[in-house]
Design a protein around this ligand. Sequence first.
Ligand code: PLP
Length: 396
Amino acid sequence: MADTALMHTYGRLPVAFASGQGAWLKDTEGKDYLDALSGIAVCGLGHAHPAVTEALCKQAGTLMHTSNLYRVSAQEAAAQKLTQLAGMDKVFFCNSGAEANEGAIKLARLHGHKKQIDTPQILVMDNAFHGRTLATLSATGNRKVQAGFEPLVSGFIRCPYNDLDAARSIIESRSDLAAVLIEPIQGEGGLQAASDEVMNGLRQLCDEHDLLLMLDEVQTGNGRTGHYYAYQGFNWKPDVLTTAKGLGNGFPIGAVLAQGQAAELFQPGHHGSTYGGTPLGCAVVLAVLKTLEEENLCQRASQLGERIQDRLQQQLGDLDALVEIRGRGLMIGIELDRPCTELVKLALDSGLLINVTAGSVIRLLPPLIFTDQEADQLVDRLVPLVKDWLATTSTP
Ligand SMILES: *Cc1c(COP(=O)(O)O)cnc(C)c1O
């Protein structure tokens, strides 16, 4: 590992990128890479998208920051557009996914106290990932994320991810619950989707027990799964929705959205952020959302996702080592029967950026601006890599 002045928080791959264009990155040696990861679901519009670059440069030359002591026109405009596309009533802007989830957790606690619960609890899921701040790592269902940081923040009750009966029995047996927090598709947890039955059932249970249904759409949001937000594939709304990653296409911004009574919980003094919703960040959000809408990128994500999954199925479907190909839109997982993190480096060497999550799931999060040719190239490059690598490993 290179000895730098950086704290050693990441196991980094031995490459640095110098520039990017669309779905392509160029490293400092001049080698090109097809980006099927989008900076972990961030650069949905690809690299150096002209609409984003223009909005950012123009706003940087006009006004970057004034603080939330004053009205911020770009923030009001971004809020208008975001709530409209997301189908929610109100939004609070922050700077990251973890911060958006912190906002959601605070809303849940306010809701609980309003219900006269002294120590309101939030139901969270096994294998969930909600961030690295103390509250969000406590909500996260992965011991590796938590170990060493005890005491954890209290107020979270854990439940198996795709088990409506388990959720129901906890919800019905406790009087101190305020909310349920769940990812519609677990990104870090191995590309598992909650079934329609579970999602519909949770909405109903939350209604019956006056709990906030809070969706962490930090990874699934902003068009990636074929809707602006994954919940829009259902015929109901969550009370609270968090987003970040693709919202800024690389500019650090996040948001917590709410609807109905949850949208009225925060009052002056309850929450804030110096940088949350700067003119600069909100100009970028507006450009991102306008581009998603004008270029029909939700629909495009669905089409591309189907194309990629079909081709993967055709070419990998017969392998004994394949457990499952799954996902929605451009959030695709290929689960193998053995740990396969080695594939990340092999793909990198071959000029392809992918990721492996939960040990044995190849994770693909390509940009929504992929062409059909780029989608096909991803599959045509990945498949031989997987097959050749499998031939060198033994059955587990
Ligand atoms: C990435 C992610 C987060 C954390 O976002 P940060 O911007 O890294 O704080 C939270 N939840 C989900 C589902 C994520 O994928």
